[in-house]
Design a protein around this ligand. Structure first.
Ligand SMILES: [Zn+2]
Length: 361
């Protein structure tokens, strides 16, 4: 594991470089409770930026409190997903419905500070296909399943190896699939929505603004994020349009994880991947269509939500081998958004990639 070292001098230089070309509206500061960034915070505030606490919600905080686990299937096993990308980031998820009070208590104990104008909620989801289909068929705890007649996991899988979820269509950011799976994912979307509603009520009560870190819409449904509803809860959303990230939320990565989740047969992997991409309509202007879909939901509901595209600017060997050409292409693809989130984080983005980004916008 590589410990993260914050270089505050270099951070300030990067901030100044960006400010010389464009405006910084918001800055998300991570949840390391020992870091002191007060000088940078004051400098950013003087330059008009709002400061958000970057808070991972249903993953990452387990060192601070004992969370109720995610439960797989009616056998009531605890879900253990071990996935590491060699950084300090954890992808171990806990139950998204029964832990809300604990998340609020963590905020109150460790992060309640008037330096924050808002909270940027990350990991607001169930795990993706990285743990296989068995962890996707979750959470079977009493809270997630209260009053719900849920099919046995074994009954869900379709015999169609190329399309085991029975995906029929993906249109206007909305999936139609096999009835059993549609019930499962709709339920997961309900749970995430209600949990977010509760968290947002709490943070709004403290006068804070709210941003969401979201999977790209075509992946979001499978982790319980229903754009048509959750867009209305946030001041802004940041869909992760990560085309180069070989880790959770990376778009090609998550398609591969879906295709691998059901069996080890490599022939099925190729068929499944092709079938998924054909139905979803992955092609040249795919990100543009996803953005149009989000905008349509915002406009038709008269939401005030801003859309800030997350694109990777950092370079991490094998995990995010981002190039300047990729940055230029990404900026073009997301030009209809209200802004860009320089992802994953300013600390690891090189000066040359910041220069390339600033020349491209
Ligand atoms: Zn649960």
């Amino acid at each position: 594991m590589t410990p993260v070292v914050l270089d505050t001098r270099s951070l300030l230089d990067k901030i100044n470089k960006i400010l010389s070309k464009t405006k910084i509206t918001s800055v998300f500061i991570g949840w390391n409770k020992d870091s002191d960034l007060s000088d940078i915070v004051q400098y950013l505030k003087r330059n008009g930026a709002e400061i958000y606490l970057w808070l991972p919600v249903f993953s990452e905080l387990d060192s601070l409190v004992d969370f109720s686990p995610l439960i797989i299937g009616q056998g009531r096993e605890k879900a253990e997903i071990s996935f590491s990308i060699g950084t300090e980031e954890s992808f171990l998820f806990y139950c998204p419905s029964s832990n809300i009070e604990k998340i609020i208590s963590i905020y109150e104990r460790y992060y309640n500070s008037d330096i924050y104008d808002g909270v940027f909620l990350d990991k607001i989801r169930y795990p993706s296909f990285i743990g296989g289909i068995q962890t996707v068929i979750s959470c079977y705890c009493d809270y997630c399943m209260a009053g719900y007649d849920f099919p046995e996991p074994g009954m869900l899988l379709s015999a169609n190896a190329a399309n085991p979820l029975g995906i029929v269509s993906y249109k206007d950011l909305h999936y139609r699939l096999d009835e059993g799976f549609e019930k499962l994912f709709d339920r997961k979307c309900d749970v995430i929505y209600h949990s977010l509603e509760n968290l947002c009520t709490y943070f709004r009560g403290k006068g804070m603004k709210i941003g969401f870190d979201l999977f790209a819409p075509f992946l979001a449904y499978f982790v319980g994020q229903d754009y048509s509803r959750i867009l209305g809860l946030a001041d802004f959303v940041k869909p992760m349009f990560y085309g180069m990230t070989n880790a959770p939320a990376g778009m090609p990565f998550e398609i591969d994880m879906y295709a691998k989740a059901f069996d080890d047969d490599s022939g099925n992997f190729e068929k499944r991947k092709k079938s998924f991409m054909d139905i979803v309509g992955c092609g040249d202007d795919f990100i543009g269509k996803e953005i149009t879909g989000i905008k349509r939901i915002i406009d038709s509901n008269a939401y005030q939500t801003k859309l800030y595209a997350g694109i990777e600017l950092n370079y991490i060997e094998r995990i995010a081998p981002v190039t300047k050409e990729y940055i230029r292409e990404s900026v073009t693809k997301i030009s209809k958004c209200d802004g860009v989130v320089a992802s994953w984080d300013l600390n690891t983005i090189s000066d040359s990639h910041i220069d390339c980004f600033l020349e491209s916008i």
